[in-house]
Structures are given as C-alpha cells and as structure tokens.
Design a protein around this ligand. Structure first.
Ligand code: FES
Length: 106
C-alpha cells in the first residue's frame, strides 16, 4: 500500500492508502475528498483535480507531460508545485506523498 497525505486548506489532514498504479486523484475521489472534483474522470482535460505537491516531494515526481503542463494553465491559483492529481501515479517510492488541496477548484 502507498500512503498519501492530503492536507486541506484549513490544515485538516487525511491519510489515505492506495495501490501502486492507482492515481492520487482516484484514491481521493474514492475516499470522498470534496476538493478533488475530477470532472473529466482522469483524462487530463479539466484541471479540477489540481493539488500542490509538498516541497519535500516535488522533485520526487516525474516531470509533467506537456498535456498536464498545458492543462495546469487552467487550474485555479496555480503555484510552482502545482500538479494534476490524476497524473500522479502511485509507486512504492511515493509512500508518504503529501499533497495540499486548493481552496477552490471552481
Ligand atoms: S481529473 Fe480532469 S484533469 Fe485530472
């Protein structure tokens, strides 16, 4: 299992677990994390699964594909560590990955 920690804008933490190969978006949606709308279902076409990767983890993720980078232009309030959680595939090496949730995805 791979643990992923989601931190809400109000500081509330949720620790979730997923299987390698699942995406961070999938485990968030399955657990009812409201901030992750994921309107396109993971097709990298909506940016409503936007998260901020904790700085300690940002370099441990593979660089975004061009399609993800383009879509991040549509994210609300993007930052240098912004990623689309549907494009973050869990691996054993990402155990403990920490993602902050934006205030709004609307
Ligand atoms: S779920 Fe739509 S871009 Fe990630």
């Amino acid at each position: 299992m791979v643990k992923v920690i989601f931190i809400k804008a109000n500081g509330e933490k949720r620790e979730l677990e997923g299987q390698p190969g699942q995406t961070a978006m999938e485990i968030a949606r399955n657990a009812g994390v409201d901030e992750i709308y994921a309107e396109c279902g993971g097709a990298c076409a909506c940016a409503t699964c936007h998260v901020y990767v904790d700085k300690a983890w940002a370099d441990k993720l593979p660089a975004p594909e061009p399609m993800e980078s383009d879509m991040l232009d549509f994210a609300v309030d993007p930052r240098p560590t912004s990623r689309l959680s549907c494009q973050i595939k869990l691996t054993e090496q990402l155990d403990g990955l920490t993602l902050e949730l934006p205030v709004s995805q609307g």
